[in-house]
Ligand binder design. Structure first.
Ligand code: ASP
Length: 585
């Protein structure tokens, strides 16, 4: 028998028991007459005591154990003389009577401790060792628990988990597809799903009524800290629903998860239109853990000859409450922040509302105290506040001020990881103009239904058409998104036309879906949550990599297994991928 107990299990109540434990050597200490070893497994750490007087051989064996050796020990549970209140097994130790080395270990390339000395690259190369560390393991356990609670909630709500295929045909959802050559169909390719979108809609046509799947999706995009080429969605679809039904159902899911996993009561989830989100926060995923809503100042800033404001389409600012004490140096640093190429602003105007009631700005040459007072009342400010103001073309300046707002929020500690502020963003535009291709793209995807009252605008003013589409935002991250779908063949065909598909192209790519719509498609809609991102927010982490067991790096590589990799000529040939058969000279 390898063990009677785990390494996290024994307590004072087990005193005197004869036990067997197996695990990894965490560390050893040699103290003259005694050798102590900490043995570790997934469940915890237990101290082992080896005493020279009892058995010299045993102690020599113990002294030879290196870190991460796999051992099995037998012995008796005794009370520790110096207790360790920091760990649950800290009151006891095992007086070892026999020791087996089950497997030796090379010295690990970094320490297997909560705070390790290993850099990111090394930890990724030896990810299986990194996964031995408590914080990394705990993230995966959290993720596991969340997945169980998702299934529990959705099952109780009569959702059915259905697996959809991974080798499919490409669905245009804005990103590039990963493709897989088909050996049996020379010259043809499968695509890996960017999401199971069309399949879940077909399941609605099949009458499944409520579907979900915790599913891997694949997008060949340039990577950022919070993106992976393969990621997991909680993908859902419902029939005979309107937007309101969906919002309620998935607010329920978020509420259930926060309650069961974090012990947090979500309360009701506020809602905001896309237009308001852009106007008040300059972002379609506002972090509403803190205020600092945008205040537009066009009327109060024009006509005095300050050229920057005079020429600007939009003058807009935020009131940073209680920040009038910001020093010149801090304000210069904020100015530098917005001037960085990533933000791209030309500058920043500020005004302090001093504690004594006076107002001072960086543009005093142009604006009198009277002007500044009118700004203060627009900001609903009180003495001690600081105004930060930017100007420029509307869309650009809003984005820039959003960056500034988030940065100031960080600086002031307003983005507390233990606070959860959800938000529904509604009424997204249906179409988005793409400068590069010079045409409209579906902002969500081509299956999203326009708001019926906006359909007439499709011809005259496509950019103004709103969609029945919604995003679930948590702490400034978009963690879910979906829409009510088109379920009418003609409307779907019209959408494809507006997206620049010829009827033949639409038929070729989506004929199967439009045909399905002719066989009694129910009204339906759904959404998908980004499970990795959701888990990383629950874990209080900045990157989704830390909640993925075997993630890829920023170049899309798995440095542990060394993928992607080349394949040999024979394989290429079999896949009909050898275009040039000439042998190298
Ligand atoms: N398929 C969509 C996505 O991956 C989600 C949805 O509309 O349900 O973003």
């Amino acid at each position: 028998m390898h063990r009677t107990h785990t390494c996290g299990e024994l307590r004072l109540s087990d005193l005197g028991k004869s036990v067997t434990l197996s695990g990894w050597v965490q560390k050893s200490r040699d103290l003259g007459g005694m050798t102590f070893i900490d043995v570790r497994d997934r469940y915890g750490v237990t101290q082992l005591a080896f005493n020279t007087d009892d058995d010299e051989q045993l102690r020599i064996g113990a002294r030879e154990l290196g870190r991460e050796f796999v051992i099995k020990v037998h012995g008796q549970v005794i009370e520790r003389s110096s207790k360790n209140p920091k760990i649950p097994t800290g009151d006891i130790e095992i007086k070892v009577t026999s020791l087996d080395v089950l497997n030796a270990s090379k010295l690990p390339p970094f320490t297997i401790e909560d705070e390790t000395d290993g850099g990111e690259d090394l930890r990724m190369k030896f990810r299986y060792l990194d996964l031995r560390r408590n914080p990394v393991r705990e993230n995966l356990i959290l993720r596991h628990k969340m997945a169980q609670e998702v299934r529990k909630y959705l099952d109780e709500q009569h959702f059915i988990e259905v697996e959809t295929p991974v080798l499919i045909k490409s669905t245009p959802e804005g990103a590039r597809d990963f493709v897989v050559p088909s050996r049996m169909n020379a010259g043809e390719f499968y695509a890996l799903p960017q999401s199971p979108q069309t399949f879940k809609q077909l399941l609605m046509v099949s009458g499944f009524d409520r579907y979900f799947q915790i599913v891997k999706c694949f997008r060949d995009e340039d990577l950022r800290a919070d993106r992976q080429p393969e990621f997991t969605q909680i993908d859902c679809e419902m029939s005979f629903v309107e937007q309101e039904d969906i919002l309620n159902m998935f607010e329920g899911l978020a509420r259930h998860l926060l309650k069961t996993i974090k012990g947090v009561d979500l309360g009701s989830v506020p809602r905001m239109t896309y237009a308001d989100a852009m106007r008040l926060y300059g972002s379609d995923k506002p972090d509403i853990r803190f205020g600092m809503q945008f205040v537009e100042l066009n009327k109060l800033t024009k006509g005095v000859g300050f050229p920057v404001f005079e020429q600007a389409e939009l003058v807009v600012g935020i009131n940073v409450q209680g920040a009038a004490h910001y020093t010149r140096k801090q304000l210069d640093a904020l100015t530098d922040y917005v001037k960085r190429p990533q933000v791209g602003a030309s500058g920043l105007v500020y005004a302090r509302y001093n504690e004594d009631g006076t107002l001072k700005s960086s543009v005093d040459k142009f604006y009198s105290e009277e002007h500044l007072k009118s700004w203060a009342s627009a900001f609903e400010a009180t003495p001690g506040d600081l105004f930060l103001i930017m100007a420029g073309p509307q869309d650009k300046v809003r984005k820039q001020l959003n960056e500034l707002r988030l940065e100031v929020g960080n600086q002031l500690g307003l983005r507390d990881k233990n606070k959860f502020a959800p938000l529904w963003v509604l009424d997204f535009p249906l179409l988005e103009w793409d400068e590069e291709t010079g045409r409209y793209h579906a902002m969500h995807h081509p299956f999203t239904s326009p708001k019926p009252e906006d359909i007439p605008l499709l011809d005259s003013n496509p950019g103004e058409v709103r969609a029945n589409a919604y995003d679930f935002v948590l702490n400034g991250s978009e963690i879910g998104g979906g829409s009510i779908r088109i379920h009418d063949k003609d409307l779907q065909a019209l959408m494809f036309k507006h997206l620049g598909f010829s009827p033949e192209e639409a038929q070729k790519q989506f004929g199967f879906l439009m045909e399905a719509f002719t066989f009694g498609a129910p009204p339906h809609g759904g959404l998908a949550f980004g499970f990795d991102r959701m888990a990383s927010i629950f874990a209080g982490l900045d990157t989704i990599r830390d909640v993925i067991a075997f993630p890829k790096n920023n170049s899309g590589r798995d440095v542990m297994i060394d993928a992607p990799s080349t394949i040999d000529q024979a394989q290429l040939k079999e896949l009909s991928l050898v275009l040039n058969q000439k042998t190298p000279s």
